[in-house]
Design a binder for this molecule. Structure first.
Ligand code: 6GU
Length: 241
């Protein structure tokens, strides 16, 4: 997979793309990443990428021409990229969205800055993504969040193929519940003890405790997820108490 970013701050991506699991996956050839400087597609002396909004109002907008020229010229070689605009007006990103994007051969992330993007440029995109209900100064961090979520799903990116599937939000073993609480050594620390059941060696009891804990935690922290979770009748009853 090839992931590219179009940005006025192309250097922002370097650390994320070369560190830890994402960095290892890149060095292993599981994906490649290229950042493009939007100013390379400007033609004026000041290399301007923004201008004032028609109709008035505060702040500056990203101009359509450099964006469109850049998208066309980046896409002119190789497979057609799936073009994603990052803007707070996009559809909210989710694990399902990560799974969808992870199946693409080539993705171009277009990172918005300033107060917004000239609406006409959006026609050159396949979708708009927001990473949540808060406002960032630009789409670069959002693009890195999405890159991280995608890369760890690519075959071979994680040491253990299972680990991408069994955690929070995946449709796997936990059926859309949050992950259960976990502990490692020591068993006792500053008066805080690991639950006895986890030390019991009784795998069925451990599994039952984890399932009940995942349900309890989901009810407490993310009640919005409970409706869509895959629960037994008994769990559904308990969740509604
Ligand atoms: Cl994609 N961009 C900006 N500027 N702010 C955001 C966002 C994106 N997603 C959430 N907030």
């Amino acid at each position: 997979m090839l992931i590219e970013a179009l940005s006025v701050f192309p250097d922002m991506f370097e650390t994320v793309i070369s560190t830890s699991i994402v960095g290892r996956a890149r060095r292993a050839g599981i994906f490649d990443f290229r950042a493009h400087d939007l100013r390379d597609w400007t033609h004026d002396r000041h290399r301007s990428v923004d201008d004032e909004p028609y109709g008035g109002g505060q702040g500056m907008l990203m101009k359509a021409e450099p964006l469109i020229e850049a998208i066309e010229s980046i896409g002119a070689h190789g497979p057609r990229p799936h073009v994603v605009f990052f803007t707070p007006c996009g559809e909210r990103f989710s694990q399902h969205g990560a799974e969808r994007l992870a199946a693409r051969e080539r993705i171009l992330f277009v990172c918005g800055r300033y107060e917004g993007i000239d609406e006409r440029a959006l026609a050159w995109g396949d979708e708009c993504i927001s990473i949540g209900d808060y406002v960032l100064t630009g789409g670069e961090l959002a693009a890195m969040v999405v890159t991280d979520a995608i890369v760890r799903l690519l075959p071979g990116a994680l040491g253990d193929e299972q680990s991408a599937r069994e955690e929070s939000f995946s449709a796997g073993r936990l059926g859309g519940l949050l992950e259960y609480p976990q502990y490692t050594r020591p068993a006792s620390f500053r008066g805080m003890d690991v639950p006895d059941v986890l030390l019991s060696g009784d795998h069925a009891r451990v599994a039952a405790w984890r399932r009940a804990s995942a349900l309890e935690r989901t009810c407490r922290c993310r009640p919005d997820l409970v409706d869509g979770a895959d629960l037994t009748d008994q769990e559904r009853t308990r969740a509604n108490e």
